[in-house]
Structures are given as structure tokens and as C-alpha cells.
Write a protein that binds this ligand. Structure first.
Ligand SMILES: *Cc1c(COP(=O)(O)O)cnc(C)c1O
Length: 455
């Protein structure tokens, strides 16, 4: 991917404060390794579209059915985006509808629930702590309050999906929606099995492919199409588009005699949102165009190769991975061999070493969601930057060195003791020689891999 540097001359002239902050963030992105699996670099074309005058138009409604005038060109933008979204997955517009207005992944999921369930009905999904998303029925989220979540567990030994257990629980609870697709699951998902189980129990089948939609469109992960009734995805993760989301739905699937596609459109507007962000939708259209190039397909395959190489490197350093490896773009380091609840120390130590990743719960989390025992790593960003398998050995070694350098800081369930330990950790961080050495090496290494669009 090529991305010209943006020069922000207008921002600089009008608002030097914001300009300086953008410059500092550019520097941070340039010097460090971005290993958060849900992040990536959008292309210059995507960024330009998002910065365009399309921002200025109100377009409540849908193409050819707007509440305001002057939307003839906005209609073209949205229709083109719909066409490209369907084409990216080889879908026939007669069979599949797509709504490209969701402002992000969370509202997209909520809109699907709002369309297909009454309040209090059952949503069956994977729990947040096992790799699910907040919007999949978590207690702190609207989805967990308005609906009744039923969670299927991962197999405790393999730490992978167990479709027989999913079937058994689905038969027992008869959910309205059976949801597959996750935020922190490093393995292949068999969507056809989920669709089959949903059919058996009379549930709608829903896939949330936010993390892997780029792998699916590139043909390097099995597709939820045509089996699932509804598929949601964000567009800003592996897919490299704007922060937004889309919802695909099968026109022929009905609820109370109505097509679920119509119900989903109504749930987005007027149900949940007002005016669509057409400048973003233009960027989404560009991202779906880019996703259909052979360059993107090569990129997606390389993301997986890099994740597998990183997994090998970490395991060679003696680290334990959830499920013992990865099939996709992400991996989860299980830090419990060093003790529970150490994610917070590891995340901060890595950040100090110019490596950005996030602490994460692991299946069977022994500590807590705020002080989890795992570390989530992903390769979409560094692959965009040009890293190959050979570079992953070095990346794995740095991560392992940093983890080992902070392994003796302990998690305490008691609040005061815990805070004292965190304070001690923070104080000693500046004197950690391993971290200082890794940071220097990372910064030097990164100078060989320019971030697209940042000079
Ligand atoms: C990222 C993600 C979302 C939410 O997306 P936001 O744009 O952050 O609201 C939903 N579901 C899954 C599986 C995700 O990974």
C-alpha cells in the first residue's frame, strides 16, 4: 500500500495545538511497533475521502429515500459503497442486502439485536473473558442489560470452540440469536457449523467478523457466507478502512413475515442513528475497492504468515500461547506461568519499550478483567508496514525479553497491596535496563520500515 504523507497545512495554520498533537502521534507511530490486532493504517485515499466535503451533508434515510433534498450525489456514494461491499464477498444483491451506515462495530451489533429480538430475549455468544466482545452480552454493555445473554464456553483443554457443547447449550436454551465471531480468538471459526446449529434450534445465525473480515474477503479464512443470516463487520481493522461498520443480511430470512434486511435498515435509522456519515461511507467504499486487489490478498496471507512466525518465536522463547498457537492474525500470550494478573505490568513495560499491545483476559481467567493474565498481539499493522516472517523472530525475542524482565511484579487481589505494587513497578520502570535496550533496538529497527504516510 502506498500512502503519501499528509501535511496538515490548514490545521497547522489555524490550530497549532491540535497540529502539535498530531505530530507527536505521528512520531509515536513511527518509532514503535504497533501490535494491537484491531489496528491498522488506512490508505491516503481513504483518509482524503474522510476529510472531504461529503462531511457537510445531511442524508437521513437511504439512497432514493431521503428526508432532505440535495442528495443525488450522496446517493451515488452510498450505493457504490453497498455494491462494493457485496462484491468484496462475492454476494448477489438480489439475495443479500448490506447496510453501510453503522457508525462503528458496536452500534452495528446493537442494531441487529434491536431488529431481531424483543427486550429480554436470549442472545447466545462467547463470553468477553473467553474472547467475545463487549457487545456480545457483557454485563457492562447495553447488550447484556437489554437481552438475556447465554454464554457457550471454550473447551477448557484445547481452549478452542467445541461445537458439540454449543449445540447442547443451544438446544437447552433456545436463543433467538446464535452469535459467532470474536475479538480475541486465535483460531479458525467454522461458521457453517454455527449456521447448522442455529437452524436446528430456530435461531437467527449471526457472525461478527470485525477482526477477520479482511482475511475472509481475501479467501484466507473460511467465509460466513452464504450460511449465516446476518454478518456484521467493522471496516477499520484488518480491512484498513475508516472507523465504521457494515451489516450484511439475507433478504429471504424473515421475522414475523418481514425481511430481516428491512428490519435491520429500520433499526439503524430511525431506530438507533440519525444522519449517516457519508464522508466515512465514501472511505468505506474505497477500502472495499482496495480489498479486492491482488495486493490486498497477498497482504492478508502475509498477515497470517507473520502471526504464525511470531507464535513460533514466542514459544521458542519459552512463552505459553492460548490454544498453543494461531491460525489467524492474532495470538494470546498466557502469562499465568509467571503468576496471575500480570497483564498490566507487561502492557506498560512493552509500551515503555515502544511496543504497543494490550493486556487481555485468557480463557478461564484466574485474576480479573481489569487485571487480566494475558497479552494480545496481532500482525495487521506491522505487515502493512512491510515486516516479513524473518523479522518476527526478532520481534518475538524483544517481547519475551520485556515480559521476563517484569515477571517478578505480582498481582494482589487486595486493592491497597495491588496499588503499592503498581506504584513500585512504575517507579522502577525507568531503571529497567532490559526495557531501555529493547526500546533503542526497536526504534532503530522501525526506522527501516516507514509507516505509510508519515515522513
Ligand atoms: C472491534 C469489535 C467490535 C466493535 O467495534 P467498535 O468499532 O470498536 O465499536 C465488535 N465486535 C467485534 C468482534 C470486534 O472485534
Amino acid at each position: 500500500m502506498t500512502r503519501r504523507a499528509m501535511n496538515y497545512t490548514n490545521v497547522q495554520a489555524e490550530d497549532p495545538e491540535i497540529y502539535q498533537i498530531i505530530k507527536k502521534e505521528e512520531q509515536r507511530q513511527k518509532e514503535g511497533l504497533e501490535l494491537i490486532p484491531s489496528e491498522n493504517y488506512a490508505s491516503a485515499a481513504v483518509l482524503e475521502a474522510m476529510g472531504s466535503i461529503l462531511n457537510d451533508k445531511y442524508a437521513e434515510g437511504y439512497p432514493k429515500k431521503r428526508y432532505y433534498g440535495g442528495n443525488q450525489f450522496i446517493d451515488e456514494v452510498e450505493s457504490l459503497c453497498q455494491k462494493r461491499a457485496l462484491a468484496a464477498y462475492g454476494l448477489d444483491p438480489k439475495e443479500w442486502a448490506v447496510n453501510v451506515q453503522p457508525l462503528s462495530g458496536s452500534p452495528a451489533n446493537i442494531a441487529v439485536y434491536f431488529a431481531l429480538m424483543n427486550f429480554g430475549e436470549k442472545l447466545m455468544a462467547l463470553q468477553l473473558t473467553e474472547g467475545g466482545h463487549l457487545t456480545h452480552g457483557a454485563d457492562a454493555n447495553f447488550s447484556g442489560r437489554a437481552y438475556k445473554p447465554v454464554f457457550y464456553p471454550l473447551d477448557p483443554q484445547s481452549q478452542m470452540l467445541d461445537y458439540d457443547v454449543v449445540r447442547k447449550l443451544a438446544q437447552e436454551h433456545r436463543p433467538k440469536i446464535l452469535l459467532a465471531g470474536y475479538t480475541a480468538y486465535p483460531r479458525t471459526i467454522d461458521f457453517s457449523k454455527f449456521a447448522q446449529i442455529a437452524k436446528e434450534v430456530g435461531a437467527y445465525s449471526m457472525a461478527d467478523i470485525s477482526h477477520i473480515s479482511g482475511l475472509v474477503s481475501a479467501g484466507v479464512h473460511p467465509s460466513p457466507f452464504p450460511d449465516m443470516d446476518v454478518v456484521t463487520t467493522t471496516t477499520h481493522k484488518l480491512l484498513r478502512g475508516p472507523r465504521a461498520a457494515v451489516i450484511f443480511s439475507k433478504r429471504a430470512t424473515l421475522k414475523d413475515g418481514k425481511s430481516i434486511s428491512e428490519l435491520i435498515d429500520k433499526a439503524i435509522f430511525p431506530g438507533l442513528q440519525g444522519g449517516p456519515h457519508e464522508h466515512t461511507i465514501a472511505g468505506v467504499a474505497i477500502a472495499f475497492k482496495e480489498a479486492q486487489t491482488s495486493e490486498f490478498k497477498t497482504y492478508a496471507a502475509q498477515v497470517i504468515k507473520n502471526a504464525k512466525a511470531l507464535a513460533e518465536s514466542l514459544m521458542a522463547e519459552g512463552l505459553k500461547l492460548v490454544s498453543g498457537g494461531t491460525d489467524n492474525h492474532l495470538l494470546l500470550v498466557d502469562l499465568t506461568p509467571f503468576g496471575p494478573g500480570k497483564g498490566i505490568f507487561v502492557q506498560q513495560a512493552l509500551e515503555e519499550a515502544s511496543i504497543t499491545a494490550n493486556k487481555n483476559t485468557i480463557p478461564g481467567e484466574p485474576a480479573s478483567p481489569f487485571f487480566p493474565s494475558g497479552l494480545r498481539l496481532g500482525t495487521p499493522s506491522i505487515t502493512t508496514r512491510g515486516f516479513k516472517e524473518g523479522d518476527m523472530q526478532q520481534v518475538g525475542k524483544w517481547i519475551a525479553d520485556v515480559i521476563k524482565s517484569v515477571k517478578d511484579y505480582n498481582y494482589f487481589p487486595e486493592k491497597e497491596k495491588r496499588q503499592a505494587e503498581i506504584d513500585r513497578f512504575k517507579k522502577e520502570l525507568a531503571n529497567n535496563e532490559v526495557i531501555a535496550k529493547v526500546r533503542k533496538e526497536v526504534n532503530e529497527f522501525c526506522s527501516k520500515f516507514p509507516v505509510p504516510g508519515i515522513e
